[in-house]
Write a protein that binds this ligand. Structure first.
Ligand code: CFM
Ligand code: HCA
Length: 535
């Protein structure tokens, strides 16, 4: 594999190669669970084609976008709004809200023109908020800043305060200009800060239910949240809020009344969990509902936390009822998938979580990496104290949070935390992708297009998982590509029913040779393959 690393780097200028060298690592897992350092959450070298998006995408598109009853206005040129229009992937169920509000099918933007760039866009923003209010009478309006807003200095927060006062509804803004930070990750942090400041804890009504949980970092791609909700309900768990798949702003407002936070995507939402713990005393645990075994394990962890015999019994009954069908499907598919090899280069959590599903099919993860995760997502939270905060991270505000004088209520004391830890309920911890990956797998942070092509040529994996920008390039190499951001409009893949869907889909994909039959023009006409004269 050292040879492979060299092959990936050999075409780069020395300075670029030196940097990428630190982001491409062969996995090793020590006896104490320690893994090699992966340089991550650093700027992409200009000129390399990266998979990354921007801060605005992370804030508006990812974290806040899936909430159906907030009118999300993009303050900026029309393209930023258009390309973050969400109807294609995040699903929602408006019928589960009494007012039936669903603004996700709309795309709201101030459509900034030259005039606003020169003379300022606050006036147009004020009008847009008023127009949205007049037309839709929403409970809340949020404003998302794109690059030019920061450059010309519009004060979106002042406009939001003014309109909140005028309209009497919650109006709040985000300074999530696309250029901030090094990736979407900055936008997650900004979204977390905003929702915590303006929404969390604004409604103290305590929902009914004995075992109240929030699910953080689940965005209802392909209906995943619906499957997870089905399982929670069967187990007798009360879901107060999901951040933010199939969500309503009202869920966030009262989410501080729950008794446990479950973190699915650690990268995008760990900030909200930490702030809720500090302010309201709500502990968090990491869960994963991608993979049947992972789902069962997560449910058992939740039951252990609540330590109630009736709940444990019900959880076991659900697992016992669901697993046989999943296992039967895995057994049926496995003879055709066993030993096949996958590569996963996705976001900040899925490249880890989906390794579970591939393992259930007997498939091997040859290589994986995140687009924008931080070292703790690769190596585990144990490395948090060692992470150097650079100028790009320092630019993103860290909120100072204190225990709420009236509402701070620690849910577990130190003694109970210890008892629970002994039962495997590991609070505020995430082991990261690498300790759960086989030694010898190649970990590549912020993989470039050049490295992607090299990896394909060197390994010819049976399936490659990434996003829409990678899809067609990979397929033209004759390799099937499964989108793990949008699921290619399939899914759900979470939970028990989702696992069955995934097994069937992967079986179909790794055993279909259709992409291999494609011939490129230079394969059909060898005269087109002449070598470039200078090489
Ligand atoms: Fe978390 Fe996500 Fe992901 Fe993410 Fe994303 Fe996403 Fe993703 Mo695309 S919040 S890190 S910023 S799980 S949008 S729903 S699919 S890259 S792996
Ligand atoms: C984003 C959103 C994205 C892009 C997916 C893709 C998503 O990063 O801004 O590249 O296919 O999941 O929609 O991650």
């Amino acid at each position: 594999l050292e040879g492979v690393r060299r092959r990936l780097l050999e075409k780069y200028p020395p300075k670029v190669a030196r940097k990428r060298d630190k982001q491409i690592v062969v996995n090793r897992v020590g006896e104490d669970g320690s893994v090699p350092v992966v340089m991550s959450n650093v700027r992409t070298v200009p000129g390399l084609i990266s998979q990354r998006g921007c801060c605005y995408a992370g804030c508006k598109g990812v974290v806040l976008g899936p909430t159906r009853d907030i009118v999300n206005i993009t303050h900026g040129p029309v393209g930023c709004g258009f390309y973050s229009w969400l109807t294609r992937r995040n699903q929602t169920d408006p019928d589960s809200s009494p007012d039936g509000h669903n603004f996700m099918t709309y795309c709201f933007t101030t459509d900034m023109q030259d005039e606003e760039i020169i003379f300022g866009g606050e006036k147009k923003l004020r009008l847009a908020i008023q127009e949205a209010y007049d037309n839709f009478k929403p409970k809340a309006i949020a404003v998302f800043s794109t690059c030019p807003v920061g450059l010309i200095g519009d004060d979106v927060h002042a406009v939001c305060r003014e309109m909140k006062e005028k309209l009497g509804i919650n109006v709040f803004g985000f300074s999530c200009e696309g250029y901030k930070g090094v990736s979407q990750s900055a936008g997650h942090h900004i979204a977390n800060n905003g929702i915590f400041t303006h929404v969390v804890g604004t409604d103290d009504a305590v929902p009914e239910g004995d075992f109240k949980i929030n699910l953080l970092g689940e965005y209802n791609i392909g209906g995943d949240a619906f499957e997870i909700e089905r399982i929670f309900e069967a187990c007798g768990l009360t879901l107060v809020a999901t951040y933010s798949g199939n969500s309503s702003i009202e869920h966030f407002a009262r989410s501080h009344t729950a008794d446990l936070n479950l973190i699915m995507c650690h990268r995008s939402i760990n900030y909200v969990a930490e702030m809720m713990e500090t302010k309201f005393g709500l502990p968090w645990i990491k869960v994963n509902f991608i993979g049947a075994a992972a789902t069962a394990k997560s449910l058992r962890k939740i039951a252990a936390y609540f330590d109630d015999p009736a709940l444990s019994e019900r959880v076991e009954a659900v697992i016992a009822a669901e697993l046989p069908a999943v296992e039967a499907e895995a057994a049926a598919v496995r003879p055709r998938t066993e030993g096949k090899r996958a590569m996963l280069f996705v976001g900040g959590s899925r490249a880890h979580h989906y390794q579970e599903l591939f393992a259930e099919l007997g498939m091997k993860t040859l290589s994986a990496g995140y687009e924008f995760a931080h070292r703790d997502d690769y190596e585990g939270r144990r490395v948090l104290p060692d992470i150097k905060v650079d100028a790009d991270s320092r630019n993103i505000q860290e909120l100072e949070v204190h225990p709420d004088p009236e509402r701070y209520r620690p849910r577990v004391d130190a003694q109970r935390a210890e008892t629970l830890a002994a039962k495997g309920v590991d609070f505020a911890d995430y082991a990261g992708m690498m300790p759960e990956m086989p030694a010898g797998a190649l970990v590549i942070d912020d993989i470039s297009h050049h490295e992607t092509e090299k990896m394909i040529a060197l390994f010819k994996p049976d399936i490659f998982c990434a996003g829409i920008k990678e899809k067609y390039v990979i397929q033209k190499h004759g390799i099937p590509l499964k989108q793990l951001h949008s699921y290619d409009y399939g899914g759900p893949y979470a939970g028990f029913k989702g696992a069955i869907n995934f097994y069937q889909e992967i079986d179909r994909m790794v055993n279909s040779r259709v992409w291999g039959y494609l011939k490129a023009p230079w394969q059909k006409n060898p005269e087109l393959a002449a070598k470039y004269a200078f090489e």
